[in-house]
Every structure is written in structure tokens, then in C-alpha cells.
Design a protein around this ligand. Structure first.
Ligand code: FMN
Length: 160
């Protein structure tokens, strides 16, 4: 097992991409969940606002050790054109990540805004080298082209 696929997903889109990638690369799925889940209203009025401010939610697992993996993938839903507070926390929770390469992806309705750039910057502050990012808009969730683009970022750790 050489690829850790760390993701947050509320309505399942980001999980779907993570599962497709895990199948393609024999990767290990690590789902991050909020300790205090949002409901359908607070997701927008609280979660969206917290995403916009770059805040972190309390998550499980509280620590994510990736020392045994060659590569990391981080997948986030787009909230208010930003990574989710749970994914901000997941980056903070990474251990053993310094010097590793990571690929990023985001799923969104249509507009990802600054999501990839912000996630890249947060990972770089942890000493991770980001090799690229892919955005999956709603209609692209099952796009083979997009999936190949993401797989190609993993190089020979994900030879198909
Ligand atoms: C609080 C909130 C804010 C959102 N903001 C955006 C946005 O700025 N741009 C966009 O294209 N989609 C936005 N969406 C839609 C989600 O990014 C999209 O449905 C995503 O694929 C959900 O991922 P999930 O199913 O893994 O939770 C938002 C959804 C929520 C719940």
C-alpha cells in the first residue's frame, strides 16, 4: 500500500472520486469526519462561513500518520470556494508528511475558486511537495479523463 487517500465528504461526491482512485491505485482510504456534524442548514450558514475564514473543525481521526506511504492524496469538497474546515484540520493532523509528494483534488458544483491553491499552500507549510491538483465539477465526477489526470499525478506509484 503506497498511496494514502485522505478525504472529507458530506454528500458523497468526494468519497466517490476517492473510491475510484483507491480502486485504480490500490490506495488506502482515510475518511475524515467532523466530530460535531453539520446539519443541512448549519452546513451552509456555519460551515460555509468557517471555510471562508480558513478555520479548522474537530475531526476524527485526530492524527493522520502518513510516514509509511509513498504518496498522499487529499480530496476536499469546495465550500464557499475554499477547502472545508475538516480538510484544513486534516492537513494540520498530518504526521510523517515532510518531504512527501501529494496530489490534491476538489469536487464542486461548478466553481472551485481558491480551493486548490489554498490547500496547496497549507500542505507546503507542512513540508509537503504538491505535484498538482484536479477539480471535478458535478458533471465530471465519473469522467475518465479527469480520473486519468488525477492518477497521472501519482506517477509510478499508481501504474495502471
Ligand atoms: C456549505 C457549502 C458550500 C458550497 N460552496 C460551493 C462553491 O463555492 N462552489 C461550488 O461550485 N460548489 C459549492 N458547493 C457544492 C459542493 O462543493 C459540491 O456539491 C461537492 O461536490 C460536495 O462534496 P461531497 O458530496 O463530497 O460533500 C458547496 C456546498 C456546501 C455544502
Amino acid at each position: 500500500m503506497t498511496v494514502a487517500i485522505i478525504y472529507h465528504s458530506v454528500s458523497g461526491h468526494t468519497r466517490q472520486v476517492a473510491e475510484q482512485l483507491a480502486d485504480a491505485c490500490d490506495g488506502m482510504l482515510i475518511e475524515v469526519v467532523c466530530r460535531t456534524p453539520y446539519n443541512v442548514v448549519t452546513r451552509y450558514v456555519v460551515g460555509g462561513k468557517r471555510a471562508l475564514s480558513g478555520e479548522k473543525d474537530e475531526i476524527d481521526p485526530a492524527m493522520i500518520d502518513v510516514a509509511d506511504f509513498e504518496r498522499i492524496v487529499i480530496g476536499t469538497p469546495v465550500w464557499a470556494r475554499h477547502p472545508t474546515p475538516a480538510i484544513n484540520a486534516a492537513v494540520d493532523a498530518l504526521r510523517g508528511c515532510e518531504g512527501k509528494e501529494a496530489a490534491i483534488y476538489a469536487t464542486c458544483g461548478a466553481v472551485a475558486g481558491d480551493t486548490i491553491a489554498l490547500l496547496q499552500s497549507a500542505l507546503e507549510q507542512k513540508g509537503v511537495r504538491v505535484v498538482g491538483g484536479v477539480v471535478f465539477a458535478q458533471h465530471e465526477l465519473q469522467s475518465e479523463e479527469k480520473q486519468k489526470e488525477l492518477v497521472s499525478l501519482l506517477g509510478d506509484t499508481c501504474a495502471q
